[in-house]
Write a protein that binds this ligand. Structure first.
Ligand code: SAM
Ligand code: TMP
Length: 394
């Protein structure tokens, strides 16, 4: 049975940036629910995937040095640990992960044609489609079953998880491995990261819920790691239920205990957590209003999907945040949906006239603070809202 955890009214899609300030946009309610059976927390309101992931989709993970390094390390680690002959990636984006694999034995699935074109040009056969029963059948027939199926920050974006996982199983070798990276729901709760709730993020996996879903669909979890990207990401290792791969019970039991102590499988405890997040939303707006009342200026740093969510969930606009700077060319000279904050090209010089930067890309805090040492030494301050509102001035 589904039980409501938290709801937001009239939320635009977080990557639907506006070309013009006054452009009309579609709004959707965002209702997050808890499933008593699988313990999965997910979005109830389904938005058409074609609208979520259009052919000019703007999220490009290669824009961040942290993510470039992360996927290089991850690819090397998986090659060393599993020595795969053939590999399939689901949700390959601009090729940040597969670029470390041999194009002759690696294929990819990426529905956004702007990105599928990039990896096809790099000689990786990329299917410009959503992962589906039809495509899985075609891939199995054409390329055979896989030693490694990898998917980062994508399985959590897919509606219809039972079909998705069953298709993974069908494309996996008997001892093949399915490695999934997705933000950890346990860490989201620890960080009070309410801005991770958005329509693209269909599901919020705890180890407990993901293990339940795998088991429902003929797969089993054999190991898990926590990696320090996107505010805390789980790396799940799964295989077919009939595989001879050993299960790391000690590690899995340790995470299960930790998750249960935190209450990720308890509706009542999760409701308490949601109340803390709602209080943080109020604190954010009050802090920005106070800074503005002292005649200081504030800009945003990083027009991430999270920034767009926080701006709308906390009812912020360009009276409070003059503009937001971002390094992604496709985001520049556009506006955030609903909050209608201008997105400007990143320019270090602009920081000379800025008092406060509100960190939209709080998950890259260390990288950004290191990059902007001069801004801070000249008296500039960062504002983060994760896990609670805080001013960073050193
Ligand atoms: N894997 C990259 C990373 O971790 O940085 C990109 C993650 S991005 C948030 C999600 C990617 O998954 C997008 O490039 C999107 O187009 C793709 N995607 C979304 N739904 C998908 C589906 N049903 N099948 C395959 N890919 C999908
Ligand atoms: P993400 O958290 O969804 O990866 O988005 C982070 C956004 O922040 C992305 O649009 C790129 C942007 N960004 C900058 O503008 N400057 C930076 O130094 C970093 C790390 C990210």
């Amino acid at each position: 049975m589904l039980k409501n955890l938290i709801s937001f009214k009239k939320i635009p899609l977080s990557n639907s940036l506006l070309e013009n300030k006054n452009e009309n946009i579609n709004y959707y309610d965002l209702n997050i629910s808890f499933d008593d059976d699988t313990k999965l927390v997910s979005v109830v309101d389904n938005v058409n995937p074609e609208e979520l992931f259009p052919d000019d989709y703007v999220y490009d993970s290669s824009q961040s040095t942290t993510m470039v390094n992360h996927f290089k390390d991850c690819a090397e680690y998986l090659q060393k640990r599993f020595i795969p002959y053939n590999t399939l990636e689901i949700g390959s984006n601009s090729g940040i992960f597969i670029r470390h694999f041999n194009p002759d034995t690696t294929i990819a699935v990426e529905p956004c044609s702007n990105f599928a074109d990039i990896t096809n040009d790099m000689e990786y056969k990329t299917y410009d489609s959503f992962w589906s029963t039809h495509l899985a059948k075609y891939i199995r027939l054409t390329h055979g079953t896989m030693d490694l199926i990898f998917s980062a920050n994508t399985i959590s974006h897919i509606q219809g998880l039972d079909e998705c996982l069953t298709n993974v199983k069908k494309c996996l070798n008997e001892d093949g491995v399915f490695v999934v990276e997705c933000p950890s729901f346990l860490e989201l709760l620890r960080e009070n990261a309410f801005d991770q709730f958005y329509h693209e993020h269909q599901s919020y996996f705890s180890m407990i819920s993901f293990r339940n879903l795998l088991e429902k669909n003929g797969l089993k979890l054999f190991d898990i790691e926590l990696v320090p990207v996107h505010g805390g990401t789980y790396r799940f290792f799964a295989c077919r239920q009939d595989s001879s791969i050993d299960v790391n019970h000690n590690n899995i039991n340790k995470w299960e205990t930790e998750e249960k102590e935190f209450g990720v499988d308890s509706y009542n405890k999760l409701k308490d957590r949601m109340s803390i997040m709602k209080k943080n939303m109020i604190d954010i707006k009050e802090t920005l209003q106070k800074i503005k009342s002292e005649n200081k200026n504030i800009i945003g740093y990083g027009a991430s999907a999270k920034f767009i969510q926080v701006s709308n969930m906390c009812d912020l606009n360009n009276n409070l945040i003059s503009y937001v700077m971002d390094t992604t060319p496709d985001k520049q000279n556009k506006y955030t949906p609903k909050s209608r904050i201008p997105i400007e090209k990143y320019d270090k010089n602009k920081l000379k006239n800025v008092d406060y930067c509100f960190l939209g890309a709080w998950n890259f805090l260390d990288e950004i603070v290191e990059k902007e040492k001069e801004f801070i030494s000249n008296g500039g301050k960062f504002i983060t809202h994760i896990p609670k509102v805080e001013i960073i001035d050193k």
